[in-house]
Design a protein around this ligand. Sequence first.
Ligand code: G
Ligand code: G
Ligand code: MN
Length: 430
Amino acid sequence: MQAEETVADRETFIRHIEQLVKQSGDNGDPQPFALILVKLDHFRKFNAQHGFSSGDALLSAFSSCLLAIKRPQDYLARVGNAEFALLLSGVSHEGFANLAATKLFEVLKNPLSAGGQSIPVQAHSGIVLFPQHGGDAQILLKRAESAMDAAKKTLQPYAVFQQEDSKEEIADWGIQYDLSRAIEQDQFELYFQPQINLESGELFGAEALIRWQNGDKGFIRPDIFIPIAEKSGQIAEITEWTLNSALWFIEDWCRHYSPINVAVNISTRMLDVPDFKDVVHHTVNLHGIDYHHLTLEITESALVENLASSVTVLEDLKQLGVNVSIDDFGTGYSSLAYFKELPANEIKIDRSFVQYMLENAMDQHIVKTIIHLAHGFDLTVVAEGIEDKASYDYLRQVGCNIAQGYYIAKPMPREEFLSWANENFSNLRL
Ligand code: G
Ligand code: G
Ligand code: MN
């Protein structure tokens, strides 16, 4: 049993539920429980405005509220950035679960104290019951989340899962099911979008972007299936596939042509996977290439939600020798003081600033300021979303290091990338 004051992590929590489910099956005698999922609203914004140490203090005050209603036989876990789950052992009726939730929201009516400040908070909660609402940990958590979304929509602090809440799930499960076959059926392909060194005009490398051609459903966009894979955990397997394919490309290119750098998008979920660093280490070694040919892109907005723990993982990766790039930079954080905490070698200015910078003075100012500051911290600057020559020339003029965008080329399959490079760069010995 869990010690009184500890808060388990997501993996431990899932194992705990699986054990309860298994015991129920073994004895033919379900051990009922209720699960209350509760999420603090606007946490990302709070973190952005007050810094991650205040964010940590707020989370700790928030978890104290949950500990206040937890009974000794209950189990508390942190299952997301600002998201906790409380498992109420032996609770088989929603009335009792509602009672616990009411108690919790009574406590949350008072402001939380964090870093010497008193902060009013808002939260939402979704409730599920085992075995009525699902027979495994993933389904129960997913349905608690659906219930939480329903609570938000109806402006209630909490809601119990209802069958109608599961409509969206059905579509997601279809994709999840198809994803589980995509790798073995060879349905993924990597496309490569070139990156140019602005100073020399030479090919610097490419960003690798996953494409999925599903037999029945046709082409499915990564911004549809990646979030689903993140929730289901399938992202780990997809990331391994992507890394391996990108490294294969680098190995082949370096052997036949010239040195090249390839950037791979890494979901922030991967930073919580305990052996992620080892996966990178082994995959790179397997292909016998130097670490500095590989860049890992992490999006800024997701990173700042969990800066404290991400910093350690990214530092470790940087120590290995891979490059770390902060993707979509400018969209996730307001404080410039944050630069010195970045465990990165590179930032990619978000394309929303680059696309209209020549017409929009504010965007132009932001782009110039980011470049200047980044250089002050020895970071390489990549601009993405360059769609015309004027933007390309402007970025070169203000000292941006690397350029990427439709003006240069769209993402292309490997063969097409090869002939594109052959046509445009005579020095590559293709
Ligand atoms: O390539 P496209 O514009 O469709 O990409 C849409 C989004 O999907 C982008 O945010 C991009 O970073 C992300 N994406 C593309 N390929 C991968 C991948 O291999 N892994 C992850 N995690 N994200 C990817
Ligand atoms: O989130 P991320 O930066 O990884 O997203 C990369 C995606 O942006 C690529 O998949 C690509 O399809 C898209 N992209 C690349 N260059 C351009 C561009 O010049 N304009 C637009 N609109 N999208 C681009
Ligand atoms: Mn990217």
